[in-house]
Design a binder for this molecule. Sequence first.
Ligand code: SAM
Length: 292
Amino acid sequence: MNKDIATPIRTKAILEKHGFNFKKSLGQNFLIDPNILRNIVEYADLSPESGAIEVGPGIGALTEQLAKNCKKVVAFEIDQRLIPVLKDTLAPYPHVSIINQDILKANVQDAINEHFKGIEDIAVVANLPYYITTPIIMKILEDRLPVRSLVVMMQKEVGDRLSAKPGTKNYGSLSIAVQYYTTAEIVMNVPKTVFVPQPNVDSVVVRLNRRENPPISVTSEAFFFKVTKSSFTHRRKTILNNLTSQLEEGKEKKEAILSALSKANIDPARRGETLTIEEFGTLSNELYPYFH
Ligand code: SAM
């Protein structure tokens, strides 16, 4: 029986057989440690009845471990050169479908409808292309795909921001956007040495479990996200200064902003980074009538 795709020897043989050379611009750093891959799959909590969506299968290292642990795998790979490679390496796993598309342009819901008939438990599991980590995660969350969780590897700095708590230096509008939809936690640190080629940055695996309901009910999600973004525009500025300078007609509506802050029980001298998601929700609900 063949060794796992992710073993260094087999990876080298596959790359040589297909004359493959890495494209840095596509974030191609392949994992060559089967133990790390098995740990990632374990964090995804898959069952033999689950479906897994992968972004960027590369030569199939993670795809193979997913295939061994669930009913169906659908993987989106942008690099056309990898399609024949995957056909070869994943030949023993007929329940894997590879879609040669840019994940940011793909209609993932259509793919779910087509490939996951009768499957209720769906998870995203991926070693992401780092240059588009945030857009990929936000697309999956904002499109409200029927995905139970995302277990995804990314650059450590991004993982720190996604999972940051109020009052810390990494906490910002991205933390809030992601934690509005999910509970986010770093579950694993991954050294550079388990990739070919080795990336310049450290990596982490983040588990995002989708919340059944957001932590706070907001009048308008679009306005809530606008308020949070505005509040972090200048991190050293107070929430009052950021809102008056960033919201449309904010300066003219300073009194209204002060009144909304007071009703939300938030000191106007606080900085955005100290507010919890719940506080941002209350504040945006209080501000909403003045701006619509
Ligand atoms: N899963 C493999 C592994 O762990 O060894 C490869 C991971 S590598 C970090 C990222 C993969 O994403 C590459 O195969 C790359 O070609 C692919 N990729 C890059 N941009 C993409 C996009 N927009 N849509 C789909 N796949 C993409």
